[in-house]
Design a binder for this molecule. Structure first.
Ligand code: SF4
Length: 102
């Protein structure tokens, strides 16, 4: 299925600021799972540059979502080890810092 990022299907104020609003939805689901190079690009050039990465991650984990939320591939709201295996230690550090409260 080709469509826009999942945030377009929802109705929260922070989603209006999402960097992925005009990006093909499958970049955050099937294509992310299948292509580690594309997944790395999504992590580093889309989600880590997104002004609402923290809100996105919180939404995904709180609502038991699947797919990429806050730069992390979630399965039922939990980070998936296999689908995030392409991430380097540095990228994990940047994501954790971006999504943390403090
Ligand atoms: S963090 Fe990534 S998936 Fe979440 S709103 Fe931003 S660009 Fe979209």
């Amino acid at each position: 299925m080709v469509g826009m990022c999942q945030v377009n299907m929802l109705d929260e104020e922070w989603m209006m600021k999402a960097k992925c609003r005009a990006i093909e939805r499958e970049m955050f689901f099937d294509k992310y799972e299948e292509d580690p190079i594309l997944a790395k690009t999504v992590d580093e050039t889309i989600c880590l540059q997104c002004p609402v990465i923290r809100e996105c991650f919180t939404w995904g984990t709180t609502n038991s979502e699947w797919g990429v939320w806050g730069g992390v591939y979630l399965v039922d709201g939990e980070p998936s080890p296999s689908k995030n295996a392409h991430k380097t230690k540095d990228v994990w550090s940047m994501i954790l810092e971006a999504v943390s409260d403090g």
